[in-house]
Design a protein around this ligand. Sequence first.
Ligand SMILES: Nc1ncnc2c1ncn2[C@@H]1O[C@H](COP(=O)(O)OP(=O)(O)OP(=O)(O)O)[C@@H](O)[C@H]1O
Length: 238
Amino acid sequence: MTTPSTDHRAASDATGSGGLRLLGITLTLGDGDTAVTALDDVDLTVAPGEFVAVVGPSGSGKSSLLAVAGGLQQPTSGRVHIAGTELTALSDKERTAARRRHIGFVFQQSNLLASLTVREQLLLPLHIDGRLDAAARTRADELIDAVGLSHRAGSRPHQLSGGERQRAGLARALMTSPAVLLVDEPTSALDRVRSAEAVQLIAEQTHERGTATVMVTHDTAIMDAADRVHEMVDGRLS
Ligand SMILES: Nc1ncnc2c1ncn2[C@@H]1O[C@H](COP(=O)(O)OP(=O)(O)OP(=O)(O)O)[C@@H](O)[C@H]1O
């Protein structure tokens, strides 16, 4: 039997200095006759500073992959390592804390808080962590500018278009420079120019800040911007 310290070393070795690693991930959803193998023995390593795109038909398991990689869903078997920690070995409470600290999510539904302005959405996570300083405020303003929302910094979600809400969600996810960034089809509500800008921003932040980024997409322009493209078919990644 290994000691906790040995386990920790093993976890660090699996990801080097950070990044994301999925090892032998299987996810079965539903029971009995209706059981579906959403993920079938998936291995994926994304190094810090690497931008990986995952493409595949509807129902192939792409959203399940992001949910497991981000600790939102425990796999049926296999291990997830993020930033030197084995996410799948943590308690629910520890996993929630690790998720807040290390992972940025950009989902199609931006999940913005209705009562906060765009700028407040970005500052809130740092405020909760007691890390809200002048540098954080400057970074918030830079990111709001980078996603083209400077004129909307004081607006609340109901005053924004769908594309603007998505861009605010992207800026918020980048705010804490997460070790791992998980993006679900970020461009569906964006026009082509905005979409290219959003992808460019994600690629830049990935490379500059050493983020391990996984983006699920159907968009060939995004595939061109990615360092690597994997295909998902019937829960298997190739
Ligand atoms: N709660 C659930 N219970 C049973 N099966 C599920 C459940 N959620 C998803 N599935 C099934 O798991 C498989 C993978 O779904 P998933 O949402 O990961 O695919 P996807 O590639 O993201 O699809 P899309 O591109 O349409 O969003 C599908 O066959 C889906 O029907």
